[in-house]
Design a protein around this ligand. Sequence first.
Ligand SMILES: [Cu+2]
Length: 140
Amino acid sequence: MKKIFGSFFALLLAAALSACGGGGDSGGGAETGASGPTALTFVGMDIAYDQTEVTAAAGQPIEVTFRNEGTLEHNWLIIGTNATPEEATEEDALAGTAMGVLPPGEEKSIEFTLPAGEYTYVCTVPGHAVAGMLGTLTVE
Ligand SMILES: [Cu+2]
């Protein structure tokens, strides 16, 4: 009797393990495993980003992919603390966060690591931040 009970328990355990394992290849989303960077994708349109509130982990690599799906040129960068979003240029970019202005249809990825804080990302093409092409990246 004891033997039967034991094997039944083993069977349960095996079922539980197989339920947890497997899969894991359904990618997508903003999260990645402990090995890779946090992947964030921003789509640029005329004249806005597809998302304006994003969070990421402090001290961990962040990979930002920016895709310009608009008909105008756009860019994506995080401005330094002394810059005003509406007046920022590429020179005001926080080190390592600028990728240059992308023509329509282009896509580019950059990787950087940030300490905890609240950061503002903008499109520095004149007039675009004023029109609302900016957002907040919260790193915590
Ligand atoms: Cu723009």
